[in-house]
Design a protein around this ligand. Structure first.
Ligand code: G1P
Length: 270
């Protein structure tokens, strides 16, 4: 099924990176010479996405400035004029609320949502692989996390599984270790039916007092189902310092010159 639009929710505060994120959006933190949001954008372009919607807020202007430059230089991205827009999320009320802010720009078609915090290093576009298998139900990227980490994620209650897909009986946002039905976590790639907007509009705040996208997905299981896509490649939680550092090291390690810096560092430590 064709998906042509992506929503990038970039309104988060990036508290785990204070103080730097007091002045720099977390999506603009760098992996060597490109910011996190650049990698997500590249993955979307490789997936065949044609319209890009950023849900932004106060203090995030450098994202717009960055992409102005990128789009003016076709060596980076050769995308059509007018295919990028920015909407504002004027209060940080959660991921579900951020997605709802894009409602008027989506219309009656399924669309993608991507979180730049989840950096996936792979030769194939994770989003592109999802789109190939998308059948109109709600779909999320998923991977197993350690049981101590389940309370950081939306966690699926798995039902039928094939090599690449898993259907979920239910889903729970940030459950405790005791309550989690599995360790299968949602990673920030979603393909959603536009009907999610009707559900989000009526949704009460969930965990953390936020409008949770996961709660909308749960409500839609009887009508739309929920499928997890077991993606290939290594994923880094770049919303955390450990994840960002690990991503930087992995990218550097793939670069001839930079990889020598890592070798020198370990050499010095011996
Ligand atoms: C969000 C979602 C969560 C998902 C996670 C993936 O949480 O609410 O379901 O597992 O992204 O990164 P956040 O990290 O914004 O708290």
């Amino acid at each position: 099924m064709r998906i042509s639009k992506v929503v990038f929710p970039v309104g988060g505060l990036g508290k785990r990176f204070f103080p730097i994120t007091r002045a720099i959006p977390k999506e603009m933190l760098g992996i060597i010479d490109k910011p996190l949001i650049h990698y997500a954008f590249e993955e979307a372009v490789a997936a065949g996405i044609e319209e890009f919607i950023f849900v932004t807020r106060h203090g995030k202007n450098s994202i717009e400035d960055y992409f102005d430059y990128m789009f003016a230089n076709s060596e980076y991205f050769n995308i059509k004029m007018g295919s990028v827009c920015y909407v504002r999320q004027n209060e940080p009320l959660g991921l579900g609320h951020a997605v709802l802010c894009a409602k008027n720009l989506i219309g009656e078609e399924s669309f993608a949502v991507m979180s730049a915090d989840d950096f996936i290093l792979h030769s194939k576009s994770c989003l592109g692989e999802m789109i190939k298998l998308y059948d109109g139900s709600n779909m999320v990227a998923t991977m197993n996390v350690s049981s101590e980490d389940v309370s950081k994620y939306g966690i699926l209650d798995p039902d039928r599984e094939t090599e690449k897909l898993v259907t979920a009986k239910s889903v729970d946002e940030k459950p405790s270790i005791e309550k989690a039905k599995s360790t299968l976590a949602i990673i920030g790639r979603y393909l959603l039916s536009h009907e999610v907007f009707e559900v989000l509009e009526k949704l009460e705040p969930g965990i953390g007092g936020e409008i949770q996208l996961t709660d909308a997905l749960l409500k839609m299981i009887p009508s739309h189902g929920l499928t997890g896509f077991k993606f290939e490649g290594k994923r880094f939680d770049c919303g955390s310092k450990e994840g960002l550092l690990s991503a930087i090291l992995h990218v550097a390690n793939q670069n001839g010159k930079l990889c020598r810096v890592i070798e020198d560092f370990y050499g010095d430590k011996k």
